[in-house]
Design a protein around this ligand. Structure first.
Ligand code: ADE
Length: 232
């Protein structure tokens, strides 16, 4: 069982998100448990303040360390990453993180039993969170979101579908995009002719060797065109 705890100032953002498709099935099957926690629940002042102005000046606000330390301490039992259980990972979602890949999703799905996701906000998060608590700082790509919440959803989706038993058919992971450092092959379904557009003849022949060859070549052409960086 994988446990995912999200620390956010918008817990409602996640309410419906885990109620569909594979994540819903994985929860029902007891493969994963998800919980979104309100960061303000770990404040101790009357106004439940989670942010403050940056030292050194500048625009915007920074998430304060104390509520995040309190949250992670309660959820892991420690305020230092060296003392977590080896299967605990504390992820900070931020545009300054290492870019998330299928390989990192596979690592989390195989090696973690508890993932805590801290959603960054405003202009950033006090760096002491990264220094003492975070095991994995993750960016989902080279663009800036208004907060880490959509990124946390992306990471959870990519990890949960890789948990053994989450997908109906295990090959669907083996043959998919990125599993061999290239994109997946194009797919077609019925009808064979539609609006003047036809399905490649070879796919209708039942010749499995020829079909496999066509798929390899088509996947390579698509990778060359859309993602030449993967072929380097
Ligand atoms: N927060 C803001 N932008 C982000 C990104 N690209 N990835 C993860 N978290 C973020």
């Amino acid at each position: 069982m994988l446990r995912c705890d999200i620390i956010t100032i918008f817990p409602e953002f996640f309410r419906e998100a885990f109620d569909h498709g594979i994540i819903r099935r994985a929860r029902a099957a007891g493969l994963v448990e998800t919980k979104a926690h309100d960061l303000r629940g770990w404040t101790s002042d009357k106004h439940r303040i989670v942010d403050d102005r940056p030292f050194g000046g500048g625009e915007g606000m920074v998430l304060k360390p104390e509520p995040i330390f309190a949250a992670v301490t309660e959820l892991t039992g420690s305020a230092r990453r060296e003392s977590y259980s080896p299967q605990t990972r504390v992820v900070l979602l931020s545009p300054q993180g290492r870019v998330f890949t299928q390989e990192r999703a596979l690592d989390l799905s195989r090696n973690a039993t508890q993932i805590i996701l801290i959603c960054g906000r405003y202009e950033g998060v006090d760096e002491r969170v990264g220094e003492a608590l975070v095991t994995d700082e993750i960016s989902i790509g080279d663009y800036v979101l208004s907060g880490g919440e959509p990124a946390a959803l992306v990471v959870i989706d990519a990890v949960v579908r890789l948990l053994p038993g989450a997908l109906g058919n295990e090959d669907s992971v083996v043959n998919e995009s990125f599993s061999e450092g290239r994109l997946g092959h194009p797919q077609y379904t019925r009808p064979p002719e539609f609006s003047g557009l036809s399905v490649p003849e070879v796919l209708l022949t039942g010749n499995h060797a020829e079909i496999a060859r066509w798929r390899r070549e088509a996947a390579l052409r698509k990778t060359q065109r859309n993602r030449p960086d993967l072929l380097k």
